[in-house]
Design a binder for this molecule. Structure first.
Ligand SMILES: *Cc1c(COP(=O)(O)O)cnc(C)c1O
Length: 373
């Protein structure tokens, strides 16, 4: 018997210990770590695979398409789209969902131009490069929202081609929500005949449906597709997300590639069959009322953090209905200790459920004692 080059168990124990310790003090990245999926562990014994369109039969029947369809129906409702008109699938995360929305837009409007703000997530520029889709970056306002004057003037000089808007429903760094009513007002004022709006709602897509006075965010506000993360507000040990759009659009894409055989409507071929179970389980166990309570709690914690920062003499702020708390960037070792997300001269924390008030107090004390040199 050949000897292993190192002790496998010890190596795993070391990694486990490190992740266990690091997870505790993570404040800057919006991943809810309060979940328990242990009753789903038995599904790891299957080589399950959700390859293909979840709404169509597939030859590979060891799948969870049925559960995946339920997840999509719930997200369609949350995004104010009739589930009977909805299509979507569970993605590998926000990046794939954004790619899908832009892919649909490009199939529908190959000669369109995509507009997105400076505060847009880095995945979008990459996606646009992959898709080789013409695009123009628009200025942002200080709070992270798109600059509507710059958007209007830029679209005005390109009125002869379809307009594709990548709207941020919660930017990564400042939690800003682009105003869909204003954007549609601009398209109407300029008499733009052909347009498509994809919403990047990675984080706020699981918050705005649960607040009393949300900014417009859904299909009722004119979006054509939306990407939402699964491992952020809901929480998942495997990164995932959903993309939801109107089934009529997907029929166009499906037709255009039908010659390859099956209903190859998704971006990846083989797809995760476990992540739909996580999302479904969380939605069932917590229920929409549970997520409403969680959103309220997260927003209350964010309000608490802003107040405590300001009492401590550090100017912190957040956008309306946002759990992203922005404050002056502290010394690098504080950023690293709490895994805050830094950008230029500010940093943020995001008050997902595992970010408790005592951790916030301790982090603020560190920020006060260790300003950036
Ligand atoms: C996190 C995030 C993404 C990307 O999500 P991944 O799951 O990391 O691919 C996209 N957009 C926004 C606004 C995000 O916050």
């Amino acid at each position: 018997m050949s000897e292993l080059p190192y002790d496998v168990d010890r190596r795993l124990d070391d990694l486990f210990g490190r992740l266990d310790e690091l997870s505790f003090d993570q404040l800057g990245y919006p991943t809810n770590q309060c979940f328990d999926y242990s009753s789903l562990f038995r599904f790891f014994k299957f080589s399950a695979n959700n390859v293909g369109d979840p709404f169509h039969e597939s030859n590979y029947r060891v799948n969870s398409h049925e559960i995946e369809r339920d997840v999509i129906a719930t997200f369609a409702q949350l995004m104010r789209l009739d589930p009977n008109e909805a299509w979507g699938y569970v993605t590998s995360g926000g990046t794939e969902g954004n790619m899908y929305g832009l892919y649909l837009a490009r199939e529908i409007f190959p000669n369109g131009v995509v507009y997105f703000s400076q505060d847009t997530h880095y995945s979008v520029l990459k996606n646009l490069r992959v898709l080789n889709y013409r695009n123009i970056m628009i200025k942002s306002q200080d709070n992270g929202e798109i600059d509507y004057d710059d958007l209007r003037e830029t679209i005005r000089v390109n009125r002869d081609v379809p307009v594709v808007i990548l709207a941020n429903i919660g930017t990564t760094m400042k939690g800003a929500v682009d105003d869909l009513h204003k954007i549609r007002g601009i398209l109407e004022d300029l008499a733009i005949p052909h347009s498509y709006i994809h919403a990047d709602a990675a984080l706020s897509g699981m918050i705005l449906p649960f607040v009393d006075d949300p900014q417009p965010y859904g299909f009722d506000a004119g979006i054509d597709s939306v990407a939402i993360s699964g491992h952020k507000v809901i929480g998942s040990p495997i990164p995932c997300g959903v993309v939801v759009t109107k089934s009529e659009y997907v029929a166009r894409v499906a037709r255009s590639i039908e010659y390859v055989g099956a209903m190859d409507t998704t971006l990846s071929g083989s797809r995760n069959a476990i992540t739909p179970l996580f999302l479904w389980y969380a939605l069932q166990k917590q229920g929409l009322e549970g997520f409403r309570g969680q959103a309220t709690e997260m927003l209350n914690t964010a309000a608490y953090a802003v107040e405590r920062f300001n009492e401590s003499g550090l100017a912190a702020w957040r956008n309306r209905n946002s759990v992203t708390v922005v404050f002056p960037r502290p010394a690098d070792h504080v950023v690293s200790k709490w895994q805050m997300a830094p950008y230029e001269d500010f940093a943020h924390i995001i008050t997902v459920p595992n970010v408790t008030r005592d951790k916030i107090d301790a982090a603020i004390a560190d920020c006060v004692a260790n300003p950036r040199a």
